[in-house]
Design a protein around this ligand. Structure first.
Ligand SMILES: Nc1ncnc2c1ncn2[C@@H]1O[C@H](COP(=O)(O)OP(=O)(O)OP(=O)(O)O)[C@@H](O)[C@H]1O
Ligand SMILES: [Mg+2]
Length: 337
């Protein structure tokens, strides 16, 4: 039995404009020590998927399908049961550490809190454990800094502290939603290396979320490419990154800034993007969500009918009605290169 088994996960959002699917038909499974990446542009449903896996979908959301942790069904669990799982067997790290760290509490106490809550540790044992965790995530002189406040640490160190907090109870599943987007490239690499090491060391399963296809590819075994709430391509990281099949995945790869651009970019600089905009969830066509932006679209079929799943290898598949044409185009590009 896999550690985590997500099957046909769906999140519908009710708004004043009606109901819209923010996540549709997302399926994947993870063993211990296994890693999967969710990638896609802003608004494609990555965070909503993560929130559904944490039992934190917003009040106006209806989550359906199945999420099993060690065989236990989590969809539909009462809040009381979710609270027992979160921070304990499932933990999450976010882009902005200050969403998890409380500015007015000492960091050691914050790392120790889940240990007291879920493991019933005494304050003293939990504090010792907090210092060990700070050490493990690379905070220098943790015994001296355990009583400092979050603002006394750098951005990268705060990210490390949030990781320490997430790891305190040795969760089975770690969900990292854009964990390094706000950091410099060098710090980004260090934090991702730390996450990778910890996942291996503790046999956790990791869901890593980012809009950066290359960054995800370097840090996970499998990838799911999301667009308009659904998975348009999935495969081993080397397959999706090395031989992207879906026109959307190829667009993401082409729009990726070079390392030099990233080193010199200011955080507020916009990244290059694929032509067109992410579809409005309310205006999604019944067919392929990418039809309106795709250079290979053949209407009315592409917008009208759900695209078939095309298998490229036992582990690599994409959803496209025009697969033959699309793949032929990619072969001729490869031949010219
Ligand atoms: N509470 C909400 N009510 C209605 N719509 C929402 C709510 N939260 C998110 N959405 C919508 O759900 C869709 C998916 O959002 P989500 O946050 O999952 O995107 P994302 O892929 O994480 O994007 P980003 O890269 O910007 O973080 C978006 O269209 C968003 O506008
Ligand atoms: Mg998000």
């Amino acid at each position: 039995m896999p550690l985590l088994d997500v099957s046909r996960l769906r999140v519908d959002l009710r708004t004043h404009r009606g109901s819209a699917p923010a996540v549709r038909d997302v399926s994947f499974a993870l063993e211990r020590g296994d890693t999967v990446g969710l990638i896609g542009e802003s608004g494609c449903g990555k965070s909503m998927t993560a929130l559904a896996l944490m039992g934190l979908a917003p009040d106006n959301a209806t989550v359906s399908g199945s999420v099993r942790l060690h065989g236990q069904e989590l969809v539909g669990l009462p809040d009381r049961d979710w609270r027992r799982l979160r921070g304990n067997r499932i933990a999450m790290i976010f882009q902005e550490p200050m969403t998890a760290l409380n500015p007015v509490h000492r960091v050691g106490a914050q790392i120790a809190e889940p240990l007291a809550l879920h493991r019933g540790m005494t304050a003293r044992t939990a504090r010792t454990r907090a210092i060990e965790l700070m050490q493990r995530v690379g905070i220098p002189e943790p015994a001296q800094r355990v009583d400092s406040f979050p603002h006394q640490f750098s951005g990268g160190q705060r990210q490390r502290l949030m990781i320490a907090m997430a790891l305190a109870c040795e969760p089975d599943l770690l969900i990292a939603d854009e964990p390094t987007t706000a950091l410099d490239v060098t710090v980004q690499k260090q934090i991702l290396a730390l996450i990778r090491e910890l996942v291996q060391e503790r046999g956790m399963a990791l869901v890593l979320i980012s809009h950066d296809l290359g960054l995800v590819a370097q840090n996970v075994r499998r990838m799911l490419v999301m667009y308009g709430g659904s998975v348009v391509e999935s495969g081993r990281a080397d397959e999706v990154f090395g031989h992207p099949a879906h026109p959307y995945t190829r667009g993401l790869l082409a729009a990726r800034p070079s390392l030099a651009q990233r080193l010199h970019a200011r955080r507020e600089d916009r990244l290059p993007t694929i032509a067109g905009t992410v579809p409005d969830l309310f205006g999604l066509p019944p067919g392929c969500p990418f039809a309106g932006r795709c250079p290979f679209t053949e209407e009315p079929a592409c917008s009208a009918e759900p695209p078939p799943r095309v298998e490229l290898s036992p582990t690599h598949a994409f959803k496209c009605r025009r697969a033959e044409v699309v793949l032929h185009a990619s072969n001729s590009i490869a031949a010219c290169a």
